[in-house]
Design a protein. Structure first.
Length: 431
């Protein structure tokens, strides 16, 4: 047999007979948060404020186990009174969703949400919100054409990763946030050529990740005006709306939408359990039908087993019971962190108290967030530096920031972590 030359792979032009250049999609950088989690793995001395994970000790494991047992033994009925067979749990599902889950979900949305009754054609079951973000980018952005997308600055790091891998011709435009969320009024002042190429506006209006802010009612309405004026769709990503600790529930962006410009994206990762990998998108029939076809060519469908389990979990009223259990716990943890920040971090930065969600955003006076991450690890506490949450070419001064998570640690651990973080700030402040 002839001598063979080993294959090698990369995203830049390379040399060698069997060098294979990969697409722009393959060049996306690994999530900074995933990288940080790998640094802290197996080091119990480190208190991590870096992740965005709900507390796994509070998941309703026994209730899900009882549902699985009932489904397996034929003790559950669908909406038409037919027994759900065990074999149904492990079969392929229709791309739009298992009928039992789809009907349960639609009834729940129409009862609890404020954007009117959805017809079946307006709704699609997806494998959690991350799949939705990926499908949206593929649906809206042509890699061969110049385009732009408007996001908050800061914004969700995984959305930046999706956009960064989609096209080298894409400009990600960051709009600053304040205590009332994205300053959407600044969109009016963008150059007309950028707005003409804009494919969509991405917003996390309620308890934003990473900033923890809540978009005001006025700005939610204004986004619809902007969409109407420039013909730009809005993606409303709402993973944290169920975790409200104070204040009244605000109307969704879709509530104000009278022109079909808004696509609603919601995950059950924070509402029930991330391991279920379930969520939904709601929008115009035309768009949802296109996305459904795209989903068929990627994952075919979401997990049938998980859809049946979550449908029964919702139907038994356990979803709202779960929220009632976790909200006071997370509120206590948030308040413990904020109290410790008042004591140890006041000389080094500022922050806005969130009304819900899982994060506090720390704006540092003179300290770079990535430098603080490195110093904090020495003090056995992990954070995420602010640079991860801003579009490329953003003002480097904005990187003097960090995201802090409070959902995974108890109040005593949070107070210790913030004390250590204060020591890390003091060490950098002296340099």
């Amino acid at each position: 047999m002839a001598k063979h030359e080993k294959f090698s792979y990369g995203v830049s032009p390379g040399k060698g007979k069997n060098y294979v250049q990969l697409s722009h999609d393959a060049g996306v950088e690994a999530s900074a948060i995933r990288e940080i989690l790998s640094v802290t793995q197996g080091r119990p001395e480190i208190i991590s404020l870096a992740g965005g994970l709900p507390d796994s000790g509070m998941f309703e494991s026994e209730k899900f186990l009882s549902i699985l047992s009932d489904l397996t033994h034929g003790k559950c009925l669908d909406h038409k009174g037919r027994k759900i067979e065990a074999g149904d749990l492990y079969q392929y599902a229709p791309s739009e969703g298992v009928p039992f889950f789809f009907e349960t979900l639609n009834a729940w949305i129409n009862k609890t949400e404020d954007f009117g009754t959805l017809e079946n054609e307006n709704l699609l079951v997806i494998s959690a919100a991350q799949q939705g973000l990926d499908l949206f980018a593929k649906a809206f952005i042509d890699p061969c054409r110049e385009a732009s997308v408007i996001v908050g600055a800061p914004t969700y790091v995984a959305e930046l990763n999706v956009l960064g891998g989609r096209s080298g011709n894409l400009e990600i435009i960051g709009i600053p946030l304040d205590e009332k969320g994205m300053q959407v009024e600044q969109i009016w002042d963008l150059p007309k050529e950028k707005l003409a190429k804009c494919k969509y506006i991405y917003a996390v209006p309620t308890f934003d990740n990473p900033a923890g802010t809540e978009l005001s009612e006025k700005r939610r309405k204004e986004l619809i005006d902007i969409s109407n004026e420039f013909g730009i769709p809005i993606i409303e990503d709402e993973p944290y709306a169920c975790l409200r600790y104070e204040g009244k529930k605000l109307h969704s962006i879709m509530h104000y939408d009278d022109i079909g410009c808004t696509v609603r994206l919601q995950t059950f990762s924070k509402m029930a359990a991330p391991g279920l990998r379930l969520g939904y998108m709601a929008g115009s029939k035309e768009l949802v039908s296109r996305i459904r076809v795209m989903l068929q060519s990627s994952t075919l469908c979401a997990s049938s087993l998980n859809q049946y389990m979550l449908a029964e979990f919702m139907r038994r009223g356990w979803l709202e019971q779960y929220w009632a259990k976790v909200i006071p716990v997370y509120r206590e943890r948030m308040n413990a962190m904020l109290g410790a920040m008042d004591e140890h971090l006041t000389p080094y930065g500022s922050w806005v108290k969130p009304k819900g969600g899982l994060f506090v955003w720390l704006t540092l006076n003179e300290i770079n967030g990535d430098a603080l991450f490195r110093e904090a690890i020495k003090k056995n506490v992990a954070i995420v530096g602010g640079s991860s949450f801003f579009p490329p070419n953003s003002d480097k001064k904005l990187h003097n920031s960090a995201r802090l998570n409070f959902s995974k640690s108890n109040p005593a651990e949070l107070r210790t972590a913030i004390e250590r973080l204060g020591a890390a700030c003091a060490a950098l402040d002296k340099k």
